[in-house]
Design a protein around this ligand. Structure first.
Ligand SMILES: [Zn+2]
Length: 254
C-alpha cells in the first residue's frame, strides 16, 4: 500500500451506506480514479466539502493496486458559483456526464484534465455558460479523435474559401457547393462562414483562450445545434441534462 498526494477534481460523488461516499476523481497524473471516503457525509467530517461534486482539492490517498482510500483532503476551490446558479450547475453536470463517458479509468490524460480545469472556470464565470459548455464538449470530442475535417472539401479536396460550404456530421467533414461533392452524405447541412471560423477556433485555440469568443445569435444557434448533434452521433447516446435549460429560459435570447 502506498500513500500518494494528488490534486483532483471531483466529477461524481455517490453515497454509499449510511455515511460513506465513493468519488470519481479526475487527476493529472493518475487519470480518473475511484476513491472511497469513510464518513464523508457526516456533518463533522473534514471531507464533507472536499468530496462534494465539482470541488477541486488536494488529496492524500492510500493506493492499493487500483483501489484508493482517502486519508486527508484540503479544499482548493469549491466552485460555489455552480451551486448558486442552476443554469451553470446543469451545464457542469452535463459536461461531467460526457467526461465520465469518455475518460478511461486509471489512464493519465493530462490534456483532458487541463481542459476540464479551464471548462470549470468558464462554466462558473462566463456570461454564456451554455455556449461555454458546448465549446468545451466540442473541444473534448476533438481531443479524443473526433476532429472534423475543416480545411478542405472531402469530395474534391478544394481548400476552404469564402464560398458556400456545407457539412456532414456522419462524414466528419465539410463539402464545397459542387453538386457531386457530398452526394453520398445524407445529413448535409449549410455551414455559415462564421460557424466554420468558430469551429476552427474551438479546435486550435490554446486552452487559455478557448472560451474567448463572441458570436451573433445566428452563429451561436448553429454552434449549439452542431455540438449537440456531434455529441449524440459520436458517443451514440442521448444526453438529456441540458434539456432542463429550455424550461428555465429560452435557448436563444433573440
Ligand atoms: Zn468539393
Amino acid at each position: 500500500m502506498a500513500l500518494i498526494k494528488t490534486k483532483g477534481f471531483v466529477l461524481r460523488a455517490v453515497p454509499v451506506g449510511e455515511s460513506d461516499r465513493i468519488i470519481s476523481l479526475l487527476t493529472e497524473a493518475h487519470g480518473l480514479i475511484s476513491v472511497s471516503v469513510r464518513g464523508a457525509r457526516r456533518a463533522r467530517s473534514p471531507h464533507v466539502l472536499t468530496t462534494q461534486v465539482f470541488s477541486l482539492g488536494d488529496f492524500e490517498l492510500f493506493a492499493n493496486k487500483n483501489r484508493y482510500r482517502l486519508q486527508s483532503s484540503e479544499l482548493i476551490e469549491p466552485f460555489s458559483a455552480l451551486q448558486q446558479d442552476l443554469e451553470r450547475l446543469v451545464c457542469a453536470s452535463h459536461l461531467a456526464e460526457v467526461m465520465l463517458d469518455i475518460l478511461r479509468d486509471d489512464l493519465p490524460q493530462p490534456g483532458l484534465y487541463r481542459l476540464w480545469a479551464y471548462s470549470m472556470q468558464a462554466i462558473s464565470h462566463a456570461p454564456d455558460p451554455l455556449l461555454a459548455v458546448h465549446a468545451a464538449q466540442l473541444r473534448l470530442l476533438m481531443e479524443v479523435g473526433f476532429a472534423p475535417r475543416l480545411d478542405s472539401c472531402l469530395g474534391c479536396g478544394k481548400p476552404v474559401d469564402t464560398g458556400n460550404w456545407r457539412y456532414s456530421i456522419s462524414a466528419g467533414s465539410i463539402f464545397c457547393d459542387k453538386p457531386a461533392c457530398g452526394m453520398r452524405s445524407t445529413d448535409l447541412l449549410p455551414l455559415p462562414s462564421g460557424g466554420l471560423a468558430c469551429l476552427g477556433h474551438i479546435r486550435q485555440a490554446p486552452l487559455g483562450r478557448l472560451f474567448d469568443f463572441s458570436l451573433s445569435s445566428e452563429i451561436r444557434r448553429f454552434i449549439i445545434a452542431f455540438s449537440a448533434s456531434y455529441l449524440t452521433y459520436h458517443l451514440d447516446k442521448v444526453y438529456t441534462r441540458l434539456d432542463m435549460l429550455r424550461h428555465l429560459k429560452p435557448a436563444d435570447p433573440s
